[in-house]
Design a protein around this ligand. Structure first.
Ligand SMILES: Cc1cc2nc3c(=O)[nH]c(=O)nc-3n(C[C@H](O)[C@H](O)[C@H](O)COP(=O)(O)OP(=O)(O)OC[C@H]3O[C@@H](n4cnc5c(N)ncnc54)[C@H](O)[C@@H]3O)c2cc1C
Length: 246
């Protein structure tokens, strides 16, 4: 693929270009960034900090803490030759963060740090019933899940447990935390169902590196938590944890 094949080419891998590339990528746009510097070394002095509003925007993407962990908080703000204490600013980022452009760029470009991206939805993209079906408008999200490297999606709405797999992504309905809808689902094929259960449960999800283990926990037994019995669309019985490898 050449640059001409891309939807968007951004010239400049400074903070602006990197942030824009991330936003476009999240929106499913095929984007490339070109930079004339041979390395990420920044010549001379450039940005030396992030202001509260910038941190708030980064926080909307779940990125703020990565920057905060590397920087220095400055609560004093110069104004008309007077230093003001800015601690009462109405934001949880009530300071300017001292951080040079080099680490800012490296952090924005470090895409490998997000090892797992986990969407949580109320309405399940895939649902075999018996009360609710696949959610039509969630179809628009499926390409974004794929572009974002998503491996597992969690939702509720239907009051049972369902595990589906479609397009290399595992989908979990976990809606029987209190109310339970008894009876088998009816649209297994549409929902790509692997297993289901109509027992009260919660999910115990453990992530260790590239492996995610999902345990469907039911009643408290004499020896601790019990695994819910799950059923396949063909009537087979399964229990034990589900493992997803990233
Ligand atoms: C001395 C100084 C101090 C500053 N201090 C601060 C500060 O404290 N806080 C703050 O917020 N801002 C500060 N700024 C402003 C700072 O420059 C910007 O905040 C920040 O660098 C803007 O990032 P950017 O991505 O928009 O641009 P840049 O960091 O300038 O990035 C543009 C990139 O595009 C590349 N490029 C340009 N042309 C081409 C081309 N034709 N082909 C390929 N690549 C190309 C460049 O190599 C560069 O890497 C300061 C600026 C200066 C000069």
């Amino acid at each position: 693929m050449t640059l001409r094949d891309r939807d968007v080419v951004i010239v400049g891998a400074g903070p602006t270009g990197l942030m824009l590339a991330g936003e476009l990528k999240l929106a499913g746009v095929d984007v490339a960034v070109v930079e004339r510097r041979a390395s990420q070394e920044v010549a001379g002095s450039r940005a030396s900090g992030l202001h509260p509003r910038t941190l708030e925007v980064l926080d909307q993407r779940g990125l703020a803490e990565r920057f905060v962990a590397q920087g220095q908080k400055h609560f004093a703000v110069p104004f008309g030759g007077v230093m003001l204490d800015a601690r009462d600013r109405p934001t949880r980022f009530n300071y300017s963060l001292g951080l040079l452009q080099g680490p800012i760029e490296r952090t924005l470009a470090d895409t490998d740090r997000a090892r797992w991206r986990l969407p949580f939805c109320h309405h399940p993209p895939f649902c075999a019933g018996p009360q609710h079906r696949n959610t039509d408008r969630m179809d628009r999200l499926l390409p974004l899940f794929a572009a974002g490297g998503i491996r597992a999606v969690f939702s509720g709405h239907e009051h049972n447990f369902q595990h589906s797999r479609s397009g290399g992504i595992d989908y979990f309905v976990t809606g029987a935390g209190s109310k339970v809808r008894k009876g088998p689902p009816t649209h297994f094929e549409d929902a790509h169902t692997l297993t289901w259960a109509d027992s009260a449960h919660f999910l115990l999800v453990t992530i260790a590196g590239d492996a995610m283990t999902i345990r469907v926990c039911g009643e408290l037994g004499d020896t601790g938590l019990t695994d819910v019995t799950r059923y396949t669309p063909g009537g087979g019985v399964e229990s034990g944890s589900i493992t997803i490898i990233r």
